[in-house]
Design a protein around this ligand. Structure first.
Ligand SMILES: [Zn+2]
Ligand SMILES: [Zn+2]
Length: 309
């Protein structure tokens, strides 16, 4: 019986032809959920009118669909229909000349493929990285820069010379670079949100505190040369707000004595992080950022409590 002796089939993505080892493995990995700032290639008006819905970008014709779908399964069928109709590939190869199901809009540049859904390894990497950052402390650039570059690489970015080498080798497109430097923050936020869903609220709060701290303290001090050297850009404003929301909502569930941030010199406990997160969210609101009203009311109620309660 030779039935089960064959090597496992290598699953290739019908959209980008890459296997799992090469970074893809299924056209479904190209599906992206729409939020206020993601996917960044989708025009803002489209994003705001379709928050929570799903879309995708066709890397074969640099276009996105005029339709958007309320469920991932719908977006998945949409990809199959488009690959069949426009590119003659996949299960739904259409007859030449058949009418197309929905229109597509072309972009002049090619965005990077979407970040993958964070898994167990991402949560381990995030925790280990926060531990590492905590032990480095506020020391010299020579000590701290390699740690920051590690974070940049987790999100698919890296120092400018490294990115240039990857472009030269044909692994990434030069068009991707401006958005690659923001991806480490999206990676960190998504991994923190996933940790929260799985009940690891210490990790979600630690990451949320780190994102906010960077956005407020470190980020504004970095110039373009630093961004090139580190491969890490500004925290996108929607990521900053979402991190503050996540931090405020999760820190309330932790015992007050839980350590939620630490370095070589100090430790922040949940009881101290709570009013800080509440103040932060109100500052973001006064700064004109879109903070949901319910969360804002929670933040105001926390700030109004007498100290020590
Ligand atoms: Zn693919
Ligand atoms: Zn296409």
């Amino acid at each position: 019986m030779a039935l089960f002796n064959k090597a496992k089939p290598v699953l290739k993505c019908t959209m980008c032809d890459k296997t799992r080892e090469e970074g893809c493995g299924s056209a479904d990995y190209h599906i992206e959920q729409i939020s206020t700032d993601e996917p960044e290639w989708l025009p803002e008006g489209y994003r705001l009118s379709a928050i929570g819905e799903y879309t995708w970008f066709c890397m074969r014709c640099n276009s996105y669909p005029e339709l958007k779908w309320p469920k991932e399964s719908g977006a998945s069928s949409g990809i199959m229909v488009h690959l069949g109709e426009a590119h003659g590939i996949g299960l739904l190869r259409a007859l030449p000349g058949s009418p197309t199901s929905f229109g597509m809009r072309q972009l002049s540049r090619v965005p990077p493929p979407p970040l993958r859904k964070p898994g167990f390894n991402d949560r381990v990497q995030l925790k280990d990285w926060l531990d590492l950052f905590g032990t480095v402390g506020a020391t010299t650039n020579a000590q701290i820069d390699p740690v920051i570059i590690t974070l940049a690489r987790f999100g698919g970015s890296g120092p400018a010379d490294e990115l240039a080498a990857r472009v030269a080798a044909g692994h990434i497109a030069a068009d991707w670079i401006p958005s690659l430097v923001n991806r480490p923050w999206r990676w960190m936020l998504r991994t923190a949100q996933e940790a929260s869903r799985r009940g690891d609220r210490i990790l979600s709060v630690r990451a949320a505190m780190f994102i906010c701290h960077w956005a407020e303290q470190f980020g504004p001090r970095l110039g373009p040369a630093d961004v090139d050297a580190l491969g890490l850009g500004d925290v996108p404003s929607a990521v900053h707000v979402d991190a503050a929301l996540l931090g405020l909502s999760d820190v309330q569930h932790l015992p007050p004595d839980t350590a939620v941030a630490w370095d070589t010199q100090s430790t922040i406990l949940a009881r101290d992080a709570l009013p800080t997160m509440a103040t932060r969210l109100q500052l973001l609101h006064y700064d004109g950022k879109q903070v949901p009203l319910e969360a804002l009311a929670t933040a105001q109620a926390i700030s109004a409590r007498p100290a020590g309660r």
